[in-house]
Design a protein around this ligand. Sequence first.
Ligand SMILES: Nc1ncnc2c1ncn2[C@@H]1O[C@H](COP(=O)(O)OP(=O)(O)OP(=O)(O)O)[C@@H](O)[C@H]1O
Ligand SMILES: [Mg+2]
Length: 596
Amino acid sequence: MSIARISWISGPVLRARAQGPFRLREAVRVGERGLLGEVIRMQGDEIVAQVYEDTTGLHPGVEVTGTGSLLGITLGPALLGRIFDGLLRPLAGASTHHVEPGVRAEVPLEFDFTPRLRPGESILGGAVFGEAVNQSGIRQVCLIPPDAAGEVATIQAAGRYADDLPVCTLRAADGTHRDIAMSHFWPVREPRPVAQWLPSDEPLITGQRVLDSLFPVALGGKAAIPGGFGTGKTMLLEVLAKSCSADVIVYVGCGERGNEMAGVLDEFPRLADPRTGHPLMERTVIIANTSNMPVAAREASIYSAVTVAEYFRDQGLHVALLADSTSRWAEALREVSVRFGELPSEGGYPPYLSSRIAEFYERAAKAKTLAGSTGSVTVLASISPPSGDFSEPVTSHTKRQVRSFWALDVKRAQSRFYPAINPLQSYSEDSLDLGGWWGKIYADLVPDGDAPTNEWSELRRRFLTLLDEQARLERMARIIGKDALPARQQLILFCAELVNEGFLRQSAFSETDRYCGPQRQARIMRSITRFIAAAEVALAKGVSCEAITAMQIVRRLERMGEDIAEDDVQAFADLSLRMESEFADLVALTGAKREA
Ligand SMILES: Nc1ncnc2c1ncn2[C@@H]1O[C@H](COP(=O)(O)OP(=O)(O)OP(=O)(O)O)[C@@H](O)[C@H]1O
Ligand SMILES: [Mg+2]
């Protein structure tokens, strides 16, 4: 094992003279307490390492020992349902935000193992060799590490084993043997291999109308949630964790204030899974690295989280990786870089900020796994730009990597319009690939005679155009006064407001509206579109804009999300009939008045 001695130390960064070979990205142990660190630079016989724990008390002369392996984590059946720090060491309990310095490995847990292979069978890396069932009865498959392969020499019979003990031995082509446990090690900065990348033509359903219907993200896609202070980033990520359509949730709280993370840590273990009624934690992994924890570990936590997500993807599952917030992660990168004297680039961040952001988002994808199944990692990550300025480096570099951009708006948040997503600043490139999927949802509804064949894309385009026009007309109205606008333009403003109130606004606290499924989103979108079309006809027939805005049906349309339950198809049909008759009455009344 190689040894080095500290020659200089500042906060989490140290330089040390090496007395043996070290590797870039190698994990090291520092001092008597064996603090975990990682080699981040090599210059001649000097190494630069960042330390993932409080370095108080370390000084020049203290020994640094190489571990021989890259910085990595243990992946296995012991992940689900638990809370870890940035390097995947278990946090003792929901209210404990610290781990003991130098803690090496967690206590092994036991699982009921069932083999799926027999001695003599040949197997490739990443394949399934057995199943493990945990205390809650959750069944997970056990994977051969991607870098192992061979013929099964021995495999244990069904029984209860510790997850770190060998339950299988592989004989490689060269005759060497390798022990395989239910858990295996993987370096966090190395993407796990897959058989094939797959294009994604289905969405990750979030249950939020503004996201799914206007700015969708594909399964295996990537979305950024930038937003100024207090605009609802954490809240939105929590809503997504509770109701998005992923099989497994990996939530990484990265450098957020301890009290915010405490909310997640306290609340999650008590939540019920809306799908099964079981605790949501059973299919969740939480990685917590709050602002009071060592800064370098925050930098690593993002990679730990995405590696965990890839591990579940490799089991043929769809994983949502929720990260809050990537700005705090970038700040950790900046702090470490400044400490060891690198020349800063824009915003004081190191010049490699953009490539690091790219490396992180590149790991989101849908793939055919080495075991032959289909899995995905969808990344949804918040950004906290200082003073809500989206032109700052982290936001602008992220924009180049993501395909969905969900911009939170200070003004909307201040007026308590939630989710505070600004439809004019947000976009989704994935929407281009998801028209087919949504087309089927619309086609399965009660047919609408007038509906275009690509109904979703068309309604989406109309809503976005309307919201765009609203912004333009409001600017004009501020100059000439709203009453000076022609009736048609006043109607546009009114309809846009209906889209805002009836469609975009969605209460996280309403039992009915917390989650809105794709069919209900489609029905609400259709109802509003029908109203707009009927209103335009009525206006053309001489009905005044005031009369339209005073219609009773408007209030009902605004409250569809909260009033009409998920499967209440009849209520939508009734609403539609009522709308028709109200419009018919209004037109008739206008005609009668004219004749009189
Ligand atoms: N969907 C929502 N429904 C109702 N209230 C919300 C919603 N989203 C946010 N809020 C309100 O806004 C407050 C701030 O939200 P949140 O903590 O999520 O913001 P943030 O962007 O994460 O803030 P910070 O910049 O401090 O991290 C919440 O405490 C809550 O009162
Ligand atoms: Mg927050």
